[in-house]
Write a protein that binds this ligand. Structure first.
Ligand code: G3P
Length: 217
């Protein structure tokens, strides 16, 4: 499973990128707002730092404007994936941009039918939001499973980019289901290294080591 980092914070991306943990980056208008940065500047900086796809989202609601914004964002770098919302205008924009050879990430997906439409419109990525379904007491992970089944049934190339990942459990379950990509905040990716038994075991080793009076260096 590829790891995308869901943030526009350049330092956090750089830290994980140095560890080889970053296969791509996703941003959205809320993450740009949180970063306090200019969308064109920060997207350019991230795209230069990371080899994989960097999603930058359009904010227009109508097709004509979406296309203009999408083309402008796509020009920032070769590894830009233009993110469009799962609306009819977004699907139409997806079709046009993907026919032009631009990667497109269709976002705000909350149903299997929406994912089916995005695949037919030529999306490179579909972004189903797990956490926001969980917020409504629905099973976000079930949606990932349903989309996996549908895409495999018909051999769609669209990659499932599991989004709105809020916990380490979401990450491991997505990997078990076979999501192609997960995008998670840097904190969640870092938490994946934690285990209480690792901490406990290390503590015991360090106590015993101190008793030996030895040093390695
Ligand atoms: O990639 C989409 C993601 O940013 C949404 O996450 O936690 O705001 O639902 P969240």
């Amino acid at each position: 499973m590829k790891f995308f980092v869901d943030t526009a914070e350049v330092d956090a991306i750089a830290e994980l990128n140095d560890l080889g943990m970053v296969d791509g980056v996703t941003t959205n208008p809320s993450l740009i707002m949180k970063s306090g940065r200019d969308i064109l500047e920060v997207t350019k900086e991230i795209a230069a730092m990371v080899e994989g796809p960097v999603s930058a989202e359009v904010v227009a609601m109508e097709y004509d404007e979406m296309i203009k914004e999408g083309r402008k964002l796509a020009k920032i770098a070769d590894n830009i994936a233009v993110k469009v919302p799962l609306t009819w205008a977004g699907l139409k924009t997806c079709k046009t941009l993907s026919s032009e050879g631009t990667m497109v990430n269709v976002t705000l997906c909350f149903s299997a039918n929406q994912a089916l439409l995005a695949a037919k419109a030529g999306a490179t990525f579909i972004s189903p939001f797990i956490g926001r379904l969980d917020d409504l007491n629905l099973e976000g992970l079930d949606l990932i499973e349903d989309i996996r089944t549908i895409y495999d049934n018909y051999m769609f190339d669209t990659q499932i980019l599991a989004a709105s990942i809020r916990s380490v459990n979401h990450a491991s379950e997505c990997a078990k289901i076979g999501a192609d990509v997960m995008t998670a905040p840097p904190e969640v990716i870092k938490k994946m290294a934690n285990h209480v038994l690792t901490d406990k075991g290390l503590d015991a080793f360090m106590k015993d080591w101190a008793k030996t009076g030895q040093q390695i260096l």
